[in-house]
Design a protein around this ligand. Structure first.
Ligand SMILES: [Zn+2]
Length: 199
């Protein structure tokens, strides 16, 4: 069974949040909707990004390099789109410090730019307390769910509900998070190999 419509949907993104990276030129200005940063090692292999599944990771076995990336969700102040922000590790210090001091990124304004506005410039992150208090933020999205959607891997119930307690600075917890996403990644082949994909 599938549904048809006589016009395109207003929201074509489904469950996906728009992925944004630090732009050259005009900076990103946004309101974080995540409580805190979530990060993990990822590989770019076979044309797509996938979470590192160490110690049993096919990409690691193929010596494909991995990089740690930090993610938050935010409401973009320019186009009002709910986005997923990907940051290199070097640009995440201010976010960790802010959460440690204030308890949550929600309630702040974030500015993401590149040094000298160059496409290869160092990524800079700045946070300020929000002065307008009448902006209602959407509820905090499930970052793991957003990442699974982005990477087209199934989100499984194997992910514990307390995943917000996983802090990227803690290697054990980071590993646990990678494992959780890896469980989801294990199912991708099954899903793709189904002769009739219900989606
Ligand atoms: Zn790996």
């Amino acid at each position: 069974m599938f549904k048809t419509t006589d016009r395109p949907p207003t929201d074509q993104t489904g469950h996906a949040l728009t992925l944004r990276r630090a732009p050259a030129g005009q900076p990103i200005l946004g309101l974080p909707t995540s409580t805190k940063l979530l990060g993990l090692n990822t590989h770019f292999c076979h044309g797509r990004t996938l979470p590192c599944q160490a110690p049993d990771c096919k990409a690691c076995q193929e010596s494909i390099p991995y990089r740690w990336h930090g993610y938050i969700t935010y409401l973009d102040l320019k186009d009002r789109v709910h986005c997923l922000l990907e940051l290199p590790a070097a640009a995440t210090g201010n976010l960790v410090q802010w959460t440690d001091t204030h308890g949550s990124l929600r309630g702040s304004v974030i500015r993401i730019s590149r040094q000298q506005k160059k496409s290869n410039g160092r990524v800079l992150s700045e946070l300020k307390a929000r002065t307008e208090t009448d902006i209602l933020l959407p509820p905090e999205p499930d970052l793991i769910k957003a990442l699974c959607t982005l990477w087209r891997i199934p989100y499984t119930t194997a992910t514990p509900a307390n995943n917000r307690d996983i802090h990227p600075d803690n290697p054990t917890q980071r590993h646990l998070l990678a494992q959780q996403i890896a469980i989801a990644a294990d199912e991708i082949d099954k899903l793709l190999n189904k002769p009739e994909n219900p989606q």
